[in-house]
Design a binder for this molecule. Structure first.
Ligand code: MG
Length: 157
């Protein structure tokens, strides 16, 4: 058996647009500021997708879903993640698991963690775990200017 690991990173700034909805791990956080992005800006789903693509040697999410392509404007990133998992399997790799660390001052993730994990796990077809971390006031994330996410994925064949 061949096992490979991949790493994904993403960051999105908070938006001033009142109509932007905050979506993290496919879960809507009502009443929270949304993030700037071409798609729904789901930074968690994007980091997970990049980790899977990296593990399978399939490049990155920008190559697969260019933000210059109007087809992906406002895209549901859980749908993109499902598509990524399909492309990983089509390349002969089976996702083992994905683990994602989300860094933000707000919102508080723990009340929605199970819902996020469920949506992401369904999309990938393998266990996806999510952990929330604060930046303790340090740097741009610490000033609550945006949300960052780091993910690792394992695939095997
Ligand atoms: Mg992104």
């Amino acid at each position: 058996m061949t096992v490979r690991v991949g790493q994904g990173f993403d960051v999105h700034a908070f938006s001033d647009a009142p109509d932007r909805v905050l979506v993290l791990g496919g879960v809507v956080f009502e009443g929270e500021r949304g993030l700037v992005g071409h798609s729904d800006a789901d930074v968690v789903a994007h980091a997970c997708a990049d980790a899977l693509l990296g593990a399978a040697g399939l490049g990155d999410i920008g190559q697969h879903f260019p933000d210059t392509d109007p087809q992906w404007a406002g895209a549901d990133s859980i749908g993109l993640l499902t598509e990524v998992a399909g492309r990983v399997r089509a390349a002969g790799w089976e996702p083992g698991n994905v683990d994602c660390a989300v860094v933000c001052e707000r919102p508080k993730l723990s009340p929605r963690r199970d819902a996020m994990q469920q949506r992401l796990t369904t999309a990938v077809g393998a266990p996806v775990t999510v952990k929330g971390n604060r930046a303790e006031g340090l740097g741009a994330i610490g000033r609550a200017e945006g949300i960052a996410a780091f993910a690792v994925a394992v695939v095997s064949r």
